[in-house]
Design a protein around this ligand. Structure first.
Ligand code: C2E
Ligand code: CA
Ligand code: CA
Length: 580
């Protein structure tokens, strides 16, 4: 450890850091010397002017120089008052000494020399002393009051630890200094159950005991690092660690805080054995701003708490933020399902003459604050946490209801394509659900298509095949979605009872970038045709892509060039217009 770090370690116990956070009036030290010099100069001039018998002429009238003595003495007195105001105790002592040095002069003048003209000056000096004492005492009162207010603003009442404001100020200050430090978010495990079973008062006693152990540890210097512990909310704490050299040293320090809880805590005659979860993030390695640094340490703490194993300390890793985000999306999906706010858009599909083939229904969702969340984000989460079947069914049901009505109204010969995730399709009740939807919505089965991703042919071919055959028997069409992105074998494809191949957008994007890419798409289309499927290209955006697809025999297209996903009302208008 270098000299610099030693110094910072010494200076950084809790009290010192807190003191540094309180507002102080800063005045340069040299000003007091300046004020002393003016005082001395003023005194000399006062004496000199007082003794002078000379006259000066102002506008032809004589004025005794001695009358200026009062001006110089007031100047000196002002200096001592400034000192008391701005330099507190030091200023008060200095001013008292300076005023005392005048006493012998007055004494000699009045009592020895019989010069009674000094008597008014003596009274002025006395009044100045009284003014200084009053200002000094008043200042002290205000300062004590200010200190109390400052302490309250940065201290947690229950535990006496610095609070959230104090730690946030400290972290922001450290970030400005730019030196390495760690923030550890600490959360007491199962604290809620102590509160619920034993009551808040007992819970508070447990908190007070735990924090007093941590406070002692931080102040003792036993950890070998410079630590600042604070309470940010309920059972959540924040520990700032500085002065460590390695990751091991950091972990060792956190270990001290974890071990401090090992011994039982007795509160209200009950014994408690508590543990806490610790999540550590480091500046600037993990984050270089306050908010992200805190999020990182909270994410690490949440992860280790969720793991529910014997480990209680986690060091932040970038993938932990993803976990946080996933959780957030999961909460949004659950809320949307519960509040029935999932809705759908319909993206038109056309044949090459621009005749409407139908629509693909695409799930849409908004977060609680009204911002749309992309399906690219929420569909994978719904799949991961097992909510996809509920989500699929909702979209399916709602769009089939709308589409059934639309077809009855317009008599349009168009198809509704619905995405069904593999997981959903493999569920036992899928076929019943399908029959139920068809019956409820009255959608003609020959105008319904189910899109399944190519992955079904890789993971669950045999099992899926039975289900798909049943679906086919109902007259429903089958589309293979995102074709080309998986690695399904041609022999599987050959046996698969599909109607439509959907060429993935990634191939269409590259198609016009080289002859071989174009030939690749052309061969996918040919294979599709050989197997007896129609082929639709997804994500067509440019006229040259459309031209190429025409020239290589593609049957249908779906893309922004002819239609973005539309709200149902606009899709309805489109159908009415086309069938008019
Ligand atoms: P997908 O099934 O491949 O759907 C096509 C996606 O490509 C849609 O994105 C659509 O908006 C987008 N797209 C279509 N044409 C163009 C184009 O010309 N340019 C560009 N840049 N994009 C185009 P979206 O709506 O974001 O959906 C993303 C994926 O989410 C879908 O890909 C699908 O896999 C999944 N998804 C959407 N709704 C559902 C659903 O209800 N159930 C299930 N299981 N998955 C769904
Ligand atoms: Ca699709
Ligand atoms: Ca697709």
């Amino acid at each position: 450890m270098n000299k610099d770090e030693h110094a910072s370690k010494k200076a950084s116990n809790l009290e010192k850091t807190l003191k540094a956070l309180t507002v102080r009036r800063e005045i340069p030290a040299f000003t007091i010397i300046f004020l002393i010099l003016i005082f001395i100069g003023g005194s000399i001039l006062t004496t000199a002017a007082g003794r002078s018998q000379e006259l000066i002429m102002i506008e032809g009238k004589p004025l005794p120089v001695s009358t200026f003595a009062g001006v110089f003495s007031t100047l000196g007195n002002m200096c001592v008052i400034f000192m008391v105001v701005y330099y507190k105790k030091l200023g008060f002592i200095t001013s008292m000494i300076l005023l005392a040095t005048q006493v012998p002069g007055f004494y000699i003048n009045v009592f020895r020399n019989g010069n009674y003209t000094s008597i008014p000056g003596m009274f002025t000096g006395l009044l100045t002393v009284i003014a200084c004492i009053i200002i000094f005492l008043n200042n002290r009162k205000i300062e004590n009051y200010q200190k109390r207010i400052n302490d309250q603003a940065v201290t947690d009442r229950l535990t006496g630890l610095p609070n959230r404001f104090a730690v946030s100020e400290l972290i922001k200050k450290l970030i400005k200094q730019g030196r390495k430090f760690a923030v550890v978010t600490i959360n007491i495990n199962n604290f809620k159950s102590i509160n619920e079973t034993m009551g808040m008062d007992t819970g508070n006693l447990v908190l007070i005991e735990a924090t007093s152990r941590w406070k002692n540890l931080a102040n003792s210097g036993e950890t070998g690092t410079s630590d600042f512990i604070s309470r940010v909310a309920g059972d959540e704490f924040s520990l700032v660690i500085r002065g460590y050299q390695s990751e091991n040293e950091l972990m060792r320090t956190i270990g001290f805080y974890a071990s401090a809880l090992e011994e039982r805590i007795t509160a209200d005659d009950c014994d408690f054995y508590i543990t806490a979860s610790f999540g550590a993030a480091e500046y600037p390695t993990d984050a270089d701003s306050y908010d992200i640094l805190i999020s990182c340490s909270v994410a690490a703490m949440t992860e280790i708490k969720r793991a529910k194993n014997s480990e209680h300390i986690a060091r932040f890793r970038p993938e932990m933020l993803k976990v946080e985000h996933t959780l957030e999306i999961e909460r949004e999906i659950r809320a949307a399902l519960e509040n029935d706010t999932i809705f759908f858009n319909l993206q038109p599909q056309y044949d090459m003459t621009h005749k409407l083939r139908g629509f693909e229904t695409l799930a849409r969702m908004k977060s609680a604050d009204g911002k749309p969340i992309s399906p690219g984000e929420f569909i994978p989460v719904a799949e991961k946490v097992g909510l996809i079947d509920k989500l699929d069914s909702t979209v399916f049901r709602k769009s089939a209801e709308f589409f059934g009505e639309l077809v009855r109204k317009t008599g349009a010969d168009i198809t509704l394509s619905v995405n069904v995730s593999v997981r959903h399709l493999m569920k036992n009740g899928f076929l019943e659900e399908l029959r139920d939807i068809i019956q409820m919505t009255g959608i003609p089965t020959n105008q319904l298509e189910i899109e399944i991703t190519e992955s079904i042919m890789i993971d669950s071919y045999e099992k899926a095949l039975n289900c798909i055959s049943e679906v086919k028997k109902m007259g429903i069409k089958i589309a293979i979605d995102d074709f080309g992105t998986g690695y399904s074998s041609l022999s599987y494809l050959h046996k698969f009872p599909a109607d439509l191949l959907k060429v993935d957008k990634s191939f269409i994007d590259q198609m016009n970038q080289g002859e071989s890419s174009k030939r690749y798409v052309a061969s996918i289309i040919s294979i599709g045709h050989i197997m007896g499927f129609d082929v639709i290209s997804e994500g067509v955006e440019e006229p040259d892509q459309l031209e190429t697809l025409r020239s290589i025999g593609c049957d249908y297209i779906q893309g922004f060039i002819w239609g973005r996903p539309l709200p149902k009302e606009e899709a309805e208008k489109l159908v009415e217009m086309k069938s008019a």
